[in-house]
Write a protein that binds this ligand. Structure first.
Ligand SMILES: [Zn+2]
Length: 285
């Protein structure tokens, strides 16, 4: 039996953002938001795949309310549940279904209900959708982000050259662009920085063998860096193997801060401010 996690003990003395979560995939999203509040997480951007997630857009506000009442009931009335921002799109795995929900995505993009478009991109590792179909869906997502004035959240796996080519050709949305769950080296990070992208680091950054990823984190200036969990996947050290949740993004912040040689509160504040600008610049902020 794993020991219960001391969530309040994870706090860093500064606000923290989880720039990429999948709250709908957690058993108890409300409980996870309460844990996040204890750990000082004040903003969670959660990805909604419109081809399969039917509940987040409807339920996320109820999860926050439930988290707030849990916090009150446990004597933490001074803690607010984190703000939740919706990232809507179709994951590259499901790109073959993207055309059928494209109108829905375009409507949502102009509704003020979503803060960013994604996650979109190319996954040539699993290739659950044909590459050409992924490419088309990626281009359509970027166009919608451009038209709606929203940032794009990009997933690339074993497809960084082609992802770079698409982003350079279509252009990075003026509202911002994030290469999420970055696990490549510093040189690759540099190319996406030059395009104007933010680079977001997750649990892999804490793994013992991930020196190259930590070098990449060190190469990304703090004003272009984000921290994320990608929960429920990729829990960071020392919780590897557990179900990931937004509170654990604090461990990613620690790893990124160590790579930069700064206090965790400095890295936390910088990444939080970047996330706040990206995800809270729209109609709902
Ligand atoms: Zn992803």
């Amino acid at each position: 039996m794993a020991r219960p996690i001391d969530f309040a003990g994870l706090a860093l003395g500064a606000p923290v953002a989880d720039a990429h979560a999948h709250l709908d995939m957690l058993d108890d999203p409300a409980q996870a938001l309460a844990h996040a509040a204890l750990a000082g997480v004040q903003l969670v951007a959660t990805a909604v795949d419109l081809s399969e997630d039917t509940r987040t857009i409807v339920e996320s506000e109820a999860w926050r309310v439930e988290a707030a009442s849990w916090l009150r009931a446990h004597g933490f009335e001074d803690r607010a549940a984190p703000e939740v921002r919706i990232v809507a799109g179709v994951h590259p795995h499901n790109a073959k279904d993207a055309a059928t929900v494209e109108q829905n995505l375009a409507d949502l993009a102009s509704s003020g209900l979503v803060a960013a478009i994604g996650e979109c991109g190319l996954d040539y590792h699993y290739e659950h959708s044909p590459r050409a179909v992924q490419r088309t869906a990626f281009e359509r997502h970027l166009s919608i982000a451009h038209e709606a004035g929203l940032p794009a959240i990009v997933h690339l796996r074993e497809a960084h050259d082609e992802g770079y080519e698409v982003l350079s050709r279509i252009g990075v949305p003026a509202a911002g662009c994030v290469v999420h769950c970055f696990t490549e080296d510093a040189q690759t990070a540099q190319r996406f920085l030059e395009l104007g992208c933010f680079v977001s680091f997750g649990g892999v950054t804490t793994f013992k063998k991930a020196d190259a990823v930590r070098s990449a984190a060190a190469a990304v200036p703090l004003d272009r860096l984000l921290t994320e969990t990608d929960c429920p996947f990729l829990a960071p050290e020392p919780f590897r193997g557990a179900t990931n949740e937004p509170a654990l993004v604090t461990q990613v912040v620690r790893a990124v801060a160590a790579a930069h040689g700064v206090d965790p509160s400095v890295a936390a504040s910088a990444a939080f401010e970047n996330a706040r600008r990206l995800f809270c610049g729209g109609a709902r902020s």
